[in-house]
Every structure is written in structure tokens, then in C-alpha cells.
Design a protein around this ligand. Structure first.
Ligand SMILES: *Cc1c(COP(=O)(O)O)cnc(C)c1O
Length: 367
């Protein structure tokens, strides 16, 4: 039985390489790869992951917010970084740190042109986002003329892109294909008026896997790099890179009729043993996992979470598990996959892995 030490998120850089190579193998040689490292590299560690991905051959990095891009620059990363959802208040610093904005609305576009012009920029790289059905961010098709007439020399459009709404859902294949068609037609119209040819991209991980006709000049992958393929079939091709581990701090013997945890949420109808684990909702294990909706793995066996998840710890039922204080506990990893655990609360891998808070120590390995 492996011994635990404390709560750690172990990140396997070899698995990252394997996931990257699998995704690359789906692409033509001339299709570029934008590695998405937003939200601390999907909850792992943005800097280490970004450096590794650059070494592996990723062409571009992307984050959601300016602050995330600044952190990568502070760590000495020189690769081009797209900021997918910048706010005008940060345009000054964005330019100072050579981050490339996604411009997604007339207002944001004009504000960027104004800041870039005031800062005497010539051909500053920007990326124009079109909405083709996700209805989240992006210009509409009929904004093309507006963009063209408000452009000036301060910026150069390096890429035009869009985002699929349901690329992992094959029952929505028609919708995705409509988005792809619409994007191709908008970009054609746009490029004709622009008189130069930016890169085109619209595939996220599931887009890469399900819509090869939409790989275009570049793809943008996040979740696949971290080891999740958004379907049982695709999961076999990926290795989860992060394993969240903890340790049994204490074991309690609970008599029939006794309760466990805050609000006495668990009442035992039997004599059981419980283990207290030093990880709680402040570490990213939501209270929603309480009351048996989530479980941990001890000695290869599932131990359900009982009662309410506390801020700094949670308790599990170890009734039929041979285990001791100091034994290792797995919250999620290669075997107990985050997508399976998230399903218990109607959530998805993305939410569980990105929730692991900065309090949890990150350790790196290659295996
Ligand atoms: C987060 C994000 C991605 C990555 O999506 P995955 O499903 O994780 O591959 C791609 N493009 C945009 C615009 C995003 O916001």
C-alpha cells in the first residue's frame, strides 16, 4: 500500500508529450498548433506546461486573460501568446508585454486601435473573432465592412477565428458543419477586402478529433493536452496528466447512530470506519461531492465521501477497505478519471481539474 505525505497535484510531463503527439498526428504537417494554457494550464501549472509544450513544438500559446499572459512573460516565455478574452482596461499592459489580443466586438476593436495608435504601434498582431453560433463572443458576419473601414496601420490581423459550440457532440454534427461553412464564407469575404491572408482557425480538441475538414491553418487544443478526450472512445488515446493525491490523516470508528461532519449530515446506520483526508472545498473539491456523490480511491478501492465536504478536509467511508493512517489517497488521476468523478455531480472534467486551488502543491514527474 503506497504511503502518502500531504495533498499534492502530481503532473506527468511524459503524459503531456504523449497527448500532444497524438493530437499532432491528426493534423497535416503545415497546420499550426495553439496550446491553450489558460486557468493555470487547466488547473495544473501554466508555466511548466507552457515551457514543455514549446519544447514539444507548439507554435502558439493562448490564455483567457491578460494577467495570465503576463505571468507567462514574467517566467521568461518568449513564444507568441494570444489573449482570448482581454478587456480594454488591460490593453496598455497587453502591448507592453507583447501579448496578442483577440478582438471580438466593435467596441473592443476601436479601443484597441486607439491604444495601439497612441502607443505608436505599426502592424501590432491581433486576432479577429467571429461568432458563428456559440453566441458568446465575436463579430457578426455583417461587421466585416465595419472592421475593414476602421482598420489602420497600427495593427495587422494575424488570424481570423471562430469557436465551435458542440464539437464533442456528434448528435449536433449538422450544427457544427453549419458553423464551419459559415466561418469559411465569412473569412473568404473578409480576406477579399483585407487584401492579405491571415491564418484561419476554429477547432478545439473535439473539433480536431471530429472535424478534420476544419483544421485549416491552426488548431487550438486544451483539454486533450491534459488527457481528456470528451468521449469514451477518444479517452483511450489520451493520458490524464494530473493526479490529485492525498493521505489518510486519521481513522475513526463510528458506532451505529453516530454522525459525521458539519450539520451532522451523515448518520451511520451501522458500525463503520471513516478516514479523514486533508483536502476540502477550499482546495477545489466542491461541497456538491458530499453525501456520497463523490469518492476517493484508497488501496485501489472506492471510498465514498460522506457528509458535507469541509473547507480543509473531507471524510470517506472505508468500511470494506484495508487501510491505515498515512496511506495514500487518490482523488483523481489515470485510473479514477476526473471525468468519471465529475459525472457524479453532473459536471465535466474541465470543471473538476481547473478547480484545484493554488493551495495544493504542484509536483512534476516524467513516467
Ligand atoms: C478554452 C478554449 C479552447 C480549448 O478548448 P478545449 O475543448 O479545451 O480543447 C479553444 N478555443 C477557445 C476560444 C477557448 O476559449
Amino acid at each position: 500500500m503506497p504511503k502518502g505525505t500531504e495533498t499534492v497535484l502530481e503532473i506527468n510531463l511524459t503524459a503531456l508529450g504523449s497527448n500532444y503527439r497524438f493530437l499532432r498526428s491528426k493534423l497535416n504537417n503545415n497546420t499550426k498548433f495553439m496550446a491553450i494554457v489558460k486557468a493555470f494550464g487547466y488547473g495544473s501549472d501554466a508555466v511548466m506546461i507552457a515551457k514543455e509544450l514549446i519544447d514539444l513544438g507548439a507554435d502558439y500559446l493562448a490564455v483567457a486573460y491578460v494577467k495570465e499572459g503576463v505571468a507567462l512573460r514574467d517566467a521568461g516565455i518568449k513564444a507568441p501568446i494570444v489573449v482570448l478574452h482581454p478587456q480594454p482596461i488591460n490593453f496598455d499592459i497587453l502591448i507592453d508585454r507583447c501579448l496578442e489580443p483577440s478582438l471580438y466586438s466593435p467596441k473592443v476593436f476601436n479601443q484597441f486601435i486607439e491604444v495601439a495608435t497612441n502607443k505608436n504601434q505599426i502592424h501590432y498582431p491581433v486576432h479577429i473573432k467571429f461568432n458563428t453560433g456559440l453566441n458568446r463572443l465575436g463579430f457578426w458576419e455583417n461587421d466585416v465592412n465595419y472592421i475593414i473601414s476602421n482598420l489602420n496601420e497600427s495593427v495587422k490581423i494575424k488570424s481570423i477565428f471562430s469557436h465551435l459550440a458542440a464539437s464533442e457532440d456528434l448528435t449536433e454534427k449538422d450544427f457544427s458543419q453549419t458553423q464551419i461553412k459559415m466561418f469559411k464564407s465569412i473569412s473568404e469575404k473578409f480576406i477579399k477586402k483585407l487584401k492579405y491572408t491571415p491564418m484561419l482557425h476554429m477547432c478545439n480538441t473535439s473539433g480536431i478529433l471530429n472535424f478534420p475538414e476544419a483544421h485549416l491553418d491552426m488548431v487550438r487544443s486544451g483539454i486533450g493536452l491534459y488527457g481528456y478526450g470528451n468521449s469514451e472512445k477518444e479517452n483511450h488515446n489520451f493520458i490524464p496528466i494530473a493526479t490529485l493525491k492525498s493521505v489518510i490523516s486519521q481513522i475513526h470508528q463510528i458506532e451505529k447512530g453516530e454522525t459525521v461532519g458539519y450539520n451532522r449530515a451523515f448518520k451511520s446506520d451501522d458500525f463503520i470506519k471513516t478516514a479523514t483526508i486533508p483536502i476540502g472545498h477550499a482546495d477545489g473539491i466542491s461541497r456538491a461531492y458530499g453525501d456520497g456523490k463523490g469518492w476517493v480511491t484508497i488501496n485501489g478501492k472506492k471510498a465514498p465521501i460522506i457528509g458535507n465536504v469541509c473547507m480543509d478536509m473531507l471524510m470517506v467511508n472505508i468500511k470494506d477497505i484495508d487501510c491505515y493512517e498515512g496511506d495514500e489517497v487518490i482523488l483523481f488521476g489515470e485510473e479514477a478519471r476526473a471525468d468519471d468523478i465529475a459525472e457524479g455531480i453532473d459536471s465535466i472534467s474541465y470543471e473538476l481539474i481547473t478547480a484545484i486551488s493554488q493551495r495544493v502543491k504542484r509536483v512534476f514527474c516524467r513516467k
